[in-house]
Design a protein around this ligand. Structure first.
Ligand code: PMP
Length: 251
């Protein structure tokens, strides 16, 4: 497997990041998960927009242009002989010292992995997925806006653990007011009376690229899509519910 690391392709065994990298020490970094279908990167522009926006919010200056990152993604996919895969693109604050001061990290670390991924077992896509509501809440947007796709996923990981403890593969996360926000790595939709509802971004959900693709398709088919807060009541009484994500696709 070939990994793109700081400007070069190298073998997986050689692709090493320092133990002083602040991505590891502090979760100080941002990332994207993309999909390649039949040799084409799906919605690349939107992923790059979100990546550069995430980096801007946390004040990491990505040391490559959008064209260079695009080339690097394509090179990584080609070097691995893949036409259908998942791509993980990570930008960390870089290698620093043991203090959290980002000023001591002179250059961000950037790496790209292209590999197959399956988030849920195949039968989930035909039979459906059982989910539970979990106690871990999404962060309040005023303290930390989860629209930044940062390397700090402990909130989501705790929710995942809580879901698995209850015997469910996926977990529904609420905000501090009890409004549904998203699942651990997926956006959520419900369908009621022929209308699609998905939580508005201000509740603290990541603005999903797959979510946007589904909205484009649905509106193209003449469906009404509303970004509106809803609670578990609306979930329990919905006609249908589905999750969207780059790794998950549509469940
Ligand atoms: N929410 C969270 C927390 C996620 O990690 C993801 C996966 N990136 C999503 C939603 C879905 O977003 P996208 O469709 O852009 O992958």
């Amino acid at each position: 497997m070939q990994i793109w690391l700081d400007g070069q392709l190298c073998d997986k065994a050689e692709a090493r990041v320092s133990v002083f990298d602040h991505g590891l020490l502090y979760g100080d970094g941002v990332f994207e998960g993309l999909r390649v279908y039949d040799g084409c990167v799906f919605r690349l522009k939107q992923h790059l927009d979100r990546l550069y926006d995430s980096a801007r919010v946390v004040m990491i200056e990505i040391p490559y242009t959008r064209d260079q990152i695009t080339q690097a993604i394509c090179d990584t996919v080609r070097a691995n002989g893949l036409r259908n895969c998942y791509v993980r693109l990570v930008v960390t604050r870089g290698t620093g010292d043991l203090g959290l001061n980002p000023a001591n990290c002179p250059r961000p670390t950037v790496f790209i992995i292209a590999a197959p991924i399956s988030l849920y077992p195949p039968e989930v896509y035909t039979r459906g997925l059982e989910i539970v509501t979990v106690p871990s809440q999404r962060f309040h947007v005023a303290s930390w806006n989860p629209r930044v796709k940062s390397l700090n996923y402990l909130n989501n990981i705790m929710a995942k653990i809580e879901g698995q403890t209850a015997g469910a593969l996926e977990a529904l996360m609420l905000d501090h007011n009890g409004y549904v926000v998203e699942c651990t790595a997926d956006n959520v939709f419900i369908v009621r009376g022929g209308v699609l509802f998905t939580p508005p971004a201000y509740l603290g959900a990541l603005r999903g690229i797959t979510q946007a693709a589904v909205i484009d398709l649905a509106t193209g088919f003449g469906w009404t899509v509303r970004h509106e807060p809803f609670t578990r009541y609306e979930v329990f009484t919905a006609d249908e519910m589905f999750l969207t994500g780059t790794a998950a696709e549509v469940v």
